[in-house]
Design a protein. Structure first.
Length: 338
């Protein structure tokens, strides 16, 4: 975070109209909480809500009927980036709030966020940290907790933030954009990215144009329906999609973006294993072991379960190699898997 600023609530003489875009896919369990938090906003400007249903097979269509909103349904599953773009295309107003279907907002979130976007022409978007509530964390399974222990640690860290500032990217799960600027850079790249890394990509494009992205200490609550998925889904679908996206970013921008540096170091460590020199091989083994056992120790501190220390290291070792393979697959192909 750069240019750290202490958050102060700003007021506007007139609050602009907002279009709220909610991309949704099989998130009915959390979607109603999201919709309730949006329709309960204490916001003085006009607001429209656009729900983009990416061909859900759950109760999402029926939930949509309960609320006064625009409902768009894809005839087939087209991915997160395409859903957001379609919602923005149907938006009536120039301020676009993109909210994932498992995010819950405080009642004055819009009112506190929007002035920072309206009052500065150089700011393209405002965002905020999202935190995982303890009651949500407690419902996760063993492997979701073990492999995503960093999320609860991050949540504890940011929930009492008093400062905001300029950031390199927004995760596009609780953000407000200026529509004209969003479209100026072509929106999200829905051809290259399907479900991850489209956020970093658009932020790189905005920054090339000279725009800023501000993060404000106004956390939202991430109900995280997507993490109740099981070990195989995490290892063989979600993590590979993320790694491929990172590979694409490295190919396009050749700069540090998110976790790319870690992927380069991971690759280098694997290469050292084939070195004819023992000291170099030992360094590679130590680097890999530090990552694997570091994750296990961190998960143990959160879960207080001895099983973590025995079960997580072999899984993280597999995850390590899969990360590297799919990172370079994304780099070579220039696209994220469908």
């Amino acid at each position: 975070m750069r240019g750290k600023i202490r958050f102060e609530e700003k007021k506007l003489e007139k609050y602009p109209s907002i279009s709220v875009v909610i991309p949704a896919y099989n998130d009915a369990k959390t979607l109603e909480l999201t919709l309730q938090s949006i329709f309960n906003q204490e916001y003085e400007g006009d607001m429209e809500v656009i729900l983009v249903d990416d061909n859900s097979t759950d109760d999402t269509p029926n939930l949509a009927k309960k609320y006064n909103l625009k409902y768009i349904r894809h005839e087939c599953n087209m991915g997160l980036a395409k859903s957001v773009n379609d919602g923005v295309k149907h938006a009536s107003y120039n301020y676009i709030c993109i909210i994932h279907s498992d995010i819950v907002l405080d009642k004055k979130w819009f009112s506190k966020m929007i002035p920072y976007l309206v009052l500065d022409d150089t700011v393209a978007a405002v965002t905020a940290p999202s935190i995982v509530p303890k009651e949500v964390w407690n419902k996760w399974g063993f492997w979701e907790k073990a492999l995503h222990s960093w999320e609860i640690l991050w949540s504890e860290k940011v929930k009492n933030y008093e400062y905001g500032g300029e950031v390199d990217y927004t995760p596009i799960k609780n953000d407000i954009f200026k529509k004209d600027v969003f479209l100026e850079v072509g929106g999200l790249d829905s051809v290259t990215y399907r479900v991850a890394c489209e956020d970093v990509d658009i932020c790189k494009k905005l920054q090339k144009k000279g725009y800023k992205i501000l993060s404000l200490p106004l956390p939202t609550y991430h109900m995280h329906s997507s993490h109740a998925t099981g070990l195989s889904t995490i290892l063989f679908r979600k993590n590979p999609q993320l790694s491929e996206g990172q590979g694409v970013l490295f190919r396009k921008y050749r700069v540090r973006a998110w976790d790319i540096n870690n992927q380069i170091f991971k690759t280098a460590a694997i290469i050292t294993l084939f070195s004819p020199f023992n000291p170099i091989r030992i360094l590679g083994v130590l680097y890999i072991a530090t990552i694997i056992f570091g994750n296990a120790v961190r998960a143990f501190k959160v879960q207080k379960d001895l099983k973590v220390l025995f079960l997580v290291p072999p899984v993280k070792l597999l995850d390590y190699f899969l990360d590297v393979i799919y990172f370079w697959k994304g780099f070579i192909t220039g696209r994220q898997r469908k």
